[in-house]
Write a protein that binds this ligand. Structure first.
Ligand SMILES: [Zn+2]
Length: 190
């Protein structure tokens, strides 16, 4: 089952997913389904839309939190209704219990379902929290810069040793080498 839920609301998506999955399975729909969750423009009702014989439904929930158990029962009842449309049925073919959204819930409504709630918006960070997070970031960047500096110093020291070693082996005194270098510079600029 490939179930895509596009939740445009703050209603708990986990609860919605588990209910839709249960509904689809109860109706023998096992392949795939796209479900969009939106806020209903007005009122506290819950409603839905679905493609007859298709694999798409939209569920609309209120903006305000109601009784979590009542909301979830209306939701499962709506999902049940939309699943019948997905199976290719139109309203006149529906069993009576599935014609309207009810407060009893779907026939398969899980007994242990604890309801559904709106997840609150995360609080905006305070000035102190913002500063603390900026400081932590700056400390991290400083640590990285220090590491780069140490690494560069290590590389520089390694090449310095290598140059000294090669100079010693070639038998030339450092003074002579400096002379050579100066001559080369003078030659190239004339
Ligand atoms: Zn309908």
């Amino acid at each position: 089952m490939k179930l895509n839920i596009f939740n445009k609301t703050r209603w708990d998506g986990k609860v919605i997913r588990s209910l839709v999955l249960r509904g689809l399975r109860e109706h023998g729909i096992e392949d795939r389904c796209d479900v969009v969750i939106r806020y209903e423009r007005k009122g506290s009702s819950i409603c839905g839309l679905a493609a007859v014989g298709g694999r798409w439904m939209e569920l609309r929930l209120p903006r305000e939190q109601g009784d979590p158990l009542l909301v979830v029962k209306k939701l499962s009842s709506t999902i049940d209704h939309e699943c019948l449309h997905l199976r290719g049925m139109r309203h006149r073919q529906f069993p009576a219990h599935a014609r309207y959204c009810t407060t009893r819930g779907a026939p398969w409504h899980p007994e242990d379902c604890r309801g559904i709630v709106l997840i609150p918006e995360p609080a905006a960070p305070s000035l102190e929290e913002k500063r603390a997070s900026k400081l932590a970031h700056a400390r991290g960047m400083l640590a990285k810069a220090t590491t780069r500096l140490k690494r560069a110093a290590t590389i520089e020291a390694r090449w310095r040793r290598r140059v000294k070693d090669l100079e010693r082996r070639s038998g030339a005194s450092p003074e002579a080498l400096i002379e050579e270098t100066l001559k080369l510079v003078a030659g190239s600029s004339s």
